[in-house]
Design a protein around this ligand. Sequence first.
Ligand SMILES: Nc1ncnc2c1ncn2[C@@H]1O[C@H](COP(=O)(O)OP(=O)(O)OP(=O)(O)O)[C@@H](O)[C@H]1O
Ligand SMILES: [Mg+2]
Length: 760
Amino acid sequence: MQIQPPTGGKPSGRDGAGQNAGPETSEQKRVSPVYVRLRAVMAAARYHGIDLDIRDFAAEPGEAAPSPASLVRWLRAQGAVAKGMRLRWRYIVKLGYTPPIVLLFRDGSAGLMVRSDPEKGIIWLRDPLKGEGEPPVPVDELRVRQLWTGDAVLIKRRSDESEADANFDIYWFAKMVMREKQGLRDIVFTSMVMSILQIFPALIVMQVIDRVVNYHSMATLVSLSGFIIILTLYEILLTYARQELTLVVTTRLDARISLHAFNRLLALPLEFYEREQVGEVLGRFAAIFKVRDFMTGQALNVILDAFVLLTILPVLFFMSSTLAWLTLLAAGGIGLIVVIMLPAMTRLSGKRVRAEMQRGATLYETIAGIRTVKTLALEATRQAEWDERVANVIRWRLASMRIANWSNTLVMPLNLFINRGVILIGAYLVITDSNTMQGGALTAFMMLGGRVAAPLVGLARLMETFNEVSVSLGEAGAVLNQPTETHALTHGMRPPIKGALSFSHVNFSYPGSTNKALADVNFEIPAGTMLGLVGRSGSGKSTITRLLQGVSRHYEGYLRLDGVDLREINLHYLRRSFGVVLQDNFLFRGTIQDNITAGRPGFTLEDVIRAARLAGAEEFIERMPAGYETWIEEGSTNISGGQRQRLAIARAVISDPKLMILDEATSALDPESEALVNANLKHLAKGRTMVIVSHRLSSLVDCDQIAVMDQGRAIDIGPHAVLLERCDVYRTLWHQQNRHLEERPAHDEAHQGEQPVGEA
Ligand SMILES: Nc1ncnc2c1ncn2[C@@H]1O[C@H](COP(=O)(O)OP(=O)(O)OP(=O)(O)O)[C@@H](O)[C@H]1O
Ligand SMILES: [Mg+2]
C-alpha cells in the first residue's frame, strides 16, 4: 500500500515524526484518510516520547486502511506498549482527561481523543494533522457514532525491563505459558473431570463382581450397563475437547515464542554475528524449539497426569490402604532411582547436545562454503571433520541412551510390582481376610493401580528430559541473551540529516583485540563532500565506515553527524540515512524490482527505474527478457558480478540517502563495469555526502577530499593534487599503482631509440 502525504511528493519524506505539521492545513482536502490515521498514531506515540517513522509502517497485504493489528505492530516495534481494542461510547465518555487515544474512523482516517465530559456527554477530539497547540474540538455521541468504527488504539511507553528484553530462561518460558491462563484452566478442568470419570468404571466393575456376579442380579447389571455407556460417551467427548484445547494453546504458545525469539535474533548487533559461527548460532537458536516442545508436550501431559494421580489416590486408599501404601512405596522407589541417576544423565545429555550442535555447525559451514570446498577439492578434509563430529555425537548419544536404559531397567521391577505384584498381595489379602478386601475391590484396584504408575514414571522421565531441556535452554540463551541493540534502535533523536561528518579523537579496537583499529582519528568534512578513503590493507578504512553506520558503537572520542553525536541518534534512523554498498552484496531471492526496493513500502516502478539509471543498471536490466520482473535466484547465480553490484547500488540509492558509503564496491568488477560505475559516481554524489573506499586510487582522483589511512591513523586529508605533493604514503601508493603510466613514455622512448638500431 502506498501512503500519500499531503504534499504529493515522495511517499515518506525524510522528516520523521511531527516536523511537518505546519503547511498542511490548507491542503487538507488532498490528504488521504490513511495518512491521517498514521499521523494520528504518530501524534499519540509522540505524547509518550516515542518518535515513529512513517516509513517503518508496513500494512498487511490487502488492507484498505491500516488495521489496529498492523498499527499495534508498528508501535510495538518502536518500543511502545500498544493495544487495539473495541471500546464503547459509555466507556470512553467517562475517561475525563486522558493521554491521546486513537479512535479509528469509518473513512479510514482517525481522531485523537484527549478529554471527555460524562455530564455533558461530549468528548474532545484533536486533529492529528494540527499541532498540539490547536484546541481540540468537542463532539457529541451522535456524531461520534457516525464517524467511529468502535476500534481504538491505546498507547503507552514501555518501562525498560519488559518481556521483550527479558532473558530467555525457564521463567520466561513459564511466564509465556502462564499467559495462556484461560486455555490452561479449561484444559486442567477437563482433565480433572476426565480423571474422575475414569474412576467410575473401576468402581462399577467392583460392584458388578461383588453384587451382580455373586448374587446373579440381572436388574443391577442392566442399570450399570446404561451408566457405563453414558460415562463412555462423556469420556469420548471430553477427550476430544481436551485435545482440541491443548492444540489451540500449544499453537498459540508456539507462535508467540517463535516471534519473540526471531525478534531477539534480529535485534542482536552485527558484531555478535561476526564473532560467532553462523552454524552454531543456528543450532543454538533451534534449541529453543526443543524447549517449546518440552513445555507444550511432555511437561503439559505430565502435569495433567498428576491430576489423575490426585483423584485416583484417595480412591485407592479407600479400596485398600495396604495396597495403596505398597503402590506408593514402589513409586517412591522409582523416583529415588531417577534422582540418583540424574547427575550422570545431566552430564551426558549436555555433552550430547553440544556434540549435536557442533555437527550442525560443520554441516552448515560445508554447505555455505560449498563453492570453496569444491574448487579447492576439500571434500576429503570436510568429510574427515564430519566423520569426527558424527562419531562424537554417536559416542555421547550411545552413552546417554545407555544410562537411560539402565535407569529404565532398574525402574522396571518396581513398575511391574505396581502392576502385578500388588495384585498377588491383594489376592492373598482377599483369601486370608475377606473383611479388609473383596474380589471386586481387587479387580478395581488392578484397573486403577496401573494409572498411578504411569504418571509417576512420566514424572521421573520428565526430570530426565528436563535436564536435556535446560542444557538446550542454556545454549539458546547464550545466543538470545546477548545484549541487543533494541534500546538504540527504538530510542534516540531523529534530527534532519544533511551529511557533515566530523571525527574527533576517535579511538577504537575490536572486541577481544588489543590492537587499535583506529587510533586518534581526526578530520571533518562538510555536507555534500565526496570523500575518498585510501590506505594499505588493514589500515582501518572499513572500520571508519562501520563506525559511521553504528555497527560498532564502543569507540572513544566523538563522531558527529551534522554536529550531533552519533550515539545520540536513533540507530534505525541513522542506518536508514545511509546507502551502503559493499564489495560483496547479498541479493534476496525475488525479482529485480523487489531487490531494488528491498521490500520497503512506498516505492513505485518509476522510483526503481530512476535508481537503476543512477546506478548504471538500467541498460542491462532492459536488455533482460523480463526486464524488472527478472527473477534472481538464490546467491544471485543468474546474473554477473558486475550486474549484481550495480543492482546493489540501485538498492542503496533508491531511498535517496543523504549519505552513501561505497566500500570497495567496484573492486570485484571488470574494468568496463567499473568504468561504468565510476562514471556515474559524480551523478550519484550529487546532493549527498559520499564516502568511497577504494584500492584503486585512480578512481578517487575526482574526490573533493581524500583521507589517507595508515595503521589506524588518518595521517592526511586533502584533494588528490595536494596529497600527491605533501603526503609520502599517498605518493608511494599512487606511484605503485600508476608506474605503468609514468614508465610507458620512458619505455616508448627507449623503444624508439632502439628501433633505428634494429632497422640498421
Ligand atoms: N571484525 C573484526 N574483528 C577484529 N578485528 C578486526 C575486525 N575487522 C577488522 N579488524 C582489524 O581491524 C584493523 C582494520 O581493519 P579494516 O577492515 O578497517 O581495514 P581496511 O583498511 O578496510 O582493510 P582492507 O583494505 O583490507 O579492506 C585490521 O587490523 C583488522 O585486522
Ligand atoms: Mg576494508
